[in-house]
Ligand binder design. Structure first.
Ligand code: AMP
Length: 217
């Protein structure tokens, strides 16, 4: 099964992608994570992407399409993939369709996480992550059980994304509504769109996604 998680920044795509991936044996492919890894490694792609990401813009289509096309050939994508943060433009959606077709694969579903826009900035600005195991936390909604210590791996080092500040988030939201939200109508017309209320607790949203996918394991 190959599926797309669609929704604005802060909708919970990354969190849900991890949950569904673990539940159904799929691989989470986040173009944001791939680009951040490229920036950290100082690759050519990373150098081109960094300034754009820092100001909340979109990295050129050919870069992200290239990253995805290369990645889905790897053996760990055989069981299926959850695209998280990709596609973000109609051109990326067309390129994904062509790439999947060329590789004899198909897109099974597009899950739109519907959220209350007024809550998004608050959701994003408080986010932080364990630097060691990547577990996600939030200043208000999900604090570590022991202050300053990761619940999962007991590390005491945490990171915050440089683009998770109020100014950049507002720009990322604007970019979402201009460039990415037309994909909702596009996939609706293709008959692949499934809507899920993304405002509930993490488990509840995950259950709803399982239900719309017809898998309630
Ligand atoms: P994310 O982790 O999905 O919030 O992505 C972080 C940043 O990476 C975005 O604000 C964009 O600058 C860039 N990015 C991630 N995925 C894409 C994509 N599919 N197309 C263009 N830029 C992207």
């Amino acid at each position: 099964m190959n599926l797309i998680l669609l929704g604005p920044p802060g909708a919970g795509k990354g969190t849900q992608a991890k949950t569904i991936a673990a539940k159904y044996g799929l691989l989470q492919l986040s173009t944001g994570d791939m680009l951040r890894a490229a920036v950290a490694a100082g690759t050519d792609v990373g150098r081109r992407a960094k300034a754009i990401m820092d100001r909340g813009g979109l990295v050129p289509d050919e870069i992200v399409v290239g990253l995805i096309a290369e990645r889905i050939d790897q053996p760990d994508c055989r069981n299926g993939v959850i695209f998280d943060g990709f596609p973000r433009t109609l051109a990326q959606a067309d390129a994904l369709e062509a790439t999947l077709k060329q590789k004899g694969k198909a897109l099974d579903a597009v899950v739109e996480l519907r959220v209350d826009d007024t809550k998004l900035v608050e959701r994003i600005v408080g986010r932080f992550t364990c630097a060691k195991c990547g577990e996600g936390y939030h200043d208000r909604f999900k604090r570590p059980k022991v202050r300053g210590v990761c619940d999962i791996c007991q590390s005491t080092e945490f990171t915050r994304r440089p683009d998770d500040n109020a100014e950049t988030v507002t720009r990322r939201l604007m970019v979402y509504y201009r460039e990415t939200s037309p994909l909702v109508g596009y996939y609706y017309c293709k008959g692949t769109l499934k809507e899920v209320d993304g405002m509930g607790p993490i488990d509840q949203v995950a259950r709803q996604i399982g239900e719309v996918l017809g898998r309630t394991k």
